[in-house]
Design a binder for this molecule. Structure first.
Ligand code: MLT
Length: 345
């Protein structure tokens, strides 16, 4: 049977299209008589329904915590609910694919971290191009990571952990949130620095990985302070160090991995908000303004600081700030990942 529609069906199907194109033309003419471009009119009505902010990892984890903190403030500014939606799997690439394929109208956004810059090299069959398939709202916060062990892991400091890991490598489980997750990258750097390969256990986010660490089902986890600080303070896990080059204000007595002997060990997590390619520029501008307002909101500023994270400078809280940073990170990390030979098919 032929798959070509009959002429009568084809012309019936074409009519509504012609009609709506004609209405669009009339609307455009009316708007230009008022001195407004059709694009401006989109932003004027925006938003008139809830916005979905897609988090690529499990609820309750570090990305989710940042997203929910922002969502409360952006909801106030935009006058519509910004609802956090968790779409987990494949190190964040399932969520990024979903947003890249969503309608470009500002109602579906993605918050993602360094994984946006590593996925194009880590995943041979990536369904999106981070530099072609998105509009950029702005960068958000930078977050240090912490190297943790289960509470009853014998080593008492990083030096002891390195020795222990080397002599127990077949028995140690390293948790992460999948290929492309920052917990995965940090764990890879740790194994390289120690010179040992460990068994890794992937989860849908570091929220379930942290539950497994506290339950003693896994042994070590490198994770962001936005999730780990409360567990460290409640002594539910053992802390071995922070992954920044300088000590952090939230944990002033905790040595960096660098100062404890893993020279040059550095891992900082950065976050950005993205919209599908083709989202009108003035809708993106409204979202950027709401993001910038959130990052000055005293409640958000306090919460971010309590979580050990740092709000990025205003020049980075912009479309160009995010795009340029993302591009420089893809260029920087691509060759390193290719050299390490880590891939997913
Ligand atoms: C999360 O939100 O679960 C983390 O950001 C996952 C990760 O990248 O380690």
């Amino acid at each position: 049977m032929s798959s070509i529609a009959s002429p009568s069906l084809a012309s019936k199907a074409r009519r509504p299209l012609l009609k709506s194109a004609f209405h669009g033309l009339l609307a455009g003419t009316a708007l230009s008589m008022l001195g407004l471009s059709p694009v401006t009119a989109q932003a004027q009505g925006f938003p008139d329904k809830p916005i979905s902010l897609v988090v690529p990892f499990a609820a309750g984890g570090p990305t989710d915590v940042v997203a929910r903190t922002l969502a409360v403030s952006m909801t106030k500014t935009l006058g519509q609910s910004v609802m956090v939606e968790n779409k987990t799997g494949a190190g964040g690439t399932i969520a990024a694919t979903h947003v890249a394929r969503s309608a470009p109208n500002g109602y579906t956004l993605l918050i993602h971290h360094n994984g946006m810059s590593t996925a194009p090299t880590l995943y041979r069959k990536l369904a999106y191009d981070p530099l072609k398939d998105f509009e950029y709202v702005g960068q958000v916060v930078d977050v240090p990571m912490t190297m943790l062990g289960r509470k009853d892991l014998p080593p008492q400091n990083l030096g002891e952990l390195v020795t222990y890991v080397k002599s127990h490598k077949d028995k140690i489980n390293l948790a992460n949130a999948g290929l492309g997750a920052v917990s995965h990258l940090c764990g890879m750097l740790f194994q390289q620095a120690v010179g040992t390969e460990l068994t890794t256990v992937p989860f849908q986010g570091t929220a379930p990985a942290m539950t497994a660490l506290m339950g003693g089902q896994v042994d070590i986890l490198c994770d962001q302070t936005t999730q780990t600080l409360p567990q460290i303070k409640a002594e539910r896990v053992k802390l071995y160090g922070v992954t920044t080059m300088e000590r952090i204000a939230a944990l002033p007595d905790t040595p960096t991995l660098d100062e404890s002997g893993l020279k040059g060990f550095q891992m900082v997590v950065w976050h950005g908000i993205y919209a599908p390619k083709g989202t009108p520029s003035d809708v993106v501008a409204k979202l950027t303004a709401a993001l910038q307002t959130a990052l000055k909101d005293p409640g958000v500023v306090q919460r971010i600081s309590d979580l050990g994270a740092v709000i990025v400078p205003e020049a980075k809280q912009t479309p160009a700030g995010l795009h340029d940073w993302l591009k420089s990170e893809i260029d920087r990390l691509g060759p390193l990942i290719r050299k390490a030979g880590v891939y997913a098919d």
